[in-house]
Design a protein around this ligand. Structure first.
Ligand code: MG
Length: 358
């Protein structure tokens, strides 16, 4: 109050969106928590928007959506078409859902070659055929060539409760669950990684920047129905998550935070291709922070972990699976036991070090 007048200072919001706001790490979480959730949060649904899981569950329907802005749109092992469909399928699987149908929307820049458009659509259709999940709705828009550099593909998917989820009735803490959720982990759970880490992110980076790494440089983009079928048919699965933006580090930290537990990871057990490892060293990028598009991290009751691992290893997409760690007592966050015998905290990355990765 100044001389009886109320002084109101209105601060203008002059913040600008940064690349990290969409990079799957801490800054993206802040954007969602501070700007989006206050407006759209709802108390309805079994797995809700503010659970920030891979999909939501609303009236028994598993529902998810993702925009894809990967650059370059064509890369070794896939393109934006296969990536979009696989990403949506994997997000539904991560909840213990079985994908049923997909809607897909394309925004194309004027002048985009028809031949490339056909390749993208054919790759998407191939994944639909392989998985038996059809695209049943869609939209196409074209914008001026100065307004967009490359196509954007937005894919939404619905799913049902996986028929094998009933094997999963009890968690390590004795609690019962109907869905796989980030909140479900308990002390004793083993952490299974379905294969090598960092392949997608490093492929995108090396192809975008023109680095010539030696080795079989290829993205891992794949639909993981076989991996989840194998895991759920054994049972004891508490949670599953595809480590996309922010990589394995982000996935494990999300679990630790939401389940209020601590995870210890044995670095020597994390499967990694030699070219990914040397690319990471050369570029100063930790492969644990970088996105994957064909991997699942699965938390399993200790009594079933070896059987789940065996089952996953028999699948096409889970051959290199390993138990990489476990939920331990008296720990919060994620700790990495290094190969030289040390221990370091594996932090939530600020954002994926590679923008436009998916
Ligand atoms: Mg996901």
């Amino acid at each position: 109050m100044v001389n009886g007048l109320c002084l109101v200072i209105i601060m203008e919001d002059d913040r600008k969106v940064s690349i990290e706001d969409g990079a799957g790490g801490e800054l993206m979480e802040q954007l969602i928590t501070n700007e989006i959730l206050p407006l759209f949060k709802t108390e309805e649904g079994e797995i809700r928007l503010d659970d920030l899981d891979d999909s939501a569950v609303f009236e028994e329907v598993v529902f998810t959506t993702d925009s894809h802005t990967v650059k370059p749109i064509f890369f070794s092992g896939g393109n934006i078409g296969s990536l979009s469909i696989c990403g949506t399928i994997n997000d539904i699987l991560a909840l213990g859902g079985l994908p049923v149908a997909i809607a897909s929307a394309l925004v194309l820049p004027e002048g985009f070659p028809y031949s490339q458009l056909k390749s993208i659509l054919e790759s998407a259709a191939e994944i639909c055929k392989e998985t038996g999940v059809p695209v049943i709705a869609g939209d196409t828009k074209v914008v001026g060539r100065d307004d967009l550099d490359e196509p954007i593909m937005t894919t939404s998917g619905i799913g049902r409760r996986h028929r094998l989820l009933d094997n999963n009735f009890e968690l390590a803490g004795g609690r019962k669950t109907r869905w796989l959720s980030d909140k479900n982990l308990n002390v004793g759970d083993k952490i299974i990684l379905s294969g090598t880490i960092g392949d997608h992110g490093m492929t995108i980076l090396s192809e975008r920047e023109g680095y010539g790494f030696e080795g079989d440089i290829k993205s891992d983009v794949s639909p993981l129905l076989d991996v989840m079928d194998a895991a759920l048919s054994v049972g004891g699965v508490a949670a599953a998550k595809d480590p996309t933006r922010g990589g394995l580090a982000n996935t494990l930290n999300e679990w630790a935070k939401k389940s209020e537990i601590g995870i210890e990871v044995d670095e020597s057990k994390i499967p990694i291709r030699s070219w990914v490892e040397s690319a990471g060293e050369l570029l100063g990028i930790d492969p644990l922070n970088i996105g994957n598009e064909g991997k699942m991290v699965i938390a399993v009751h200790p009594s079933r972990a070896d059987k789940v691992l065996g089952g996953v290893r028999e699948t096409e997409h889970g051959k290199h699976a390993e138990i990489i760690g476990e939920v331990v007592e008296d720990l919060t966050g994620v700790v990495l036991k290094t190969e030289v015998g040390g221990r370091r905290i594996l932090e939530t990355p600020i954002g994926d070090p590679v923008p436009r990765i998916c």
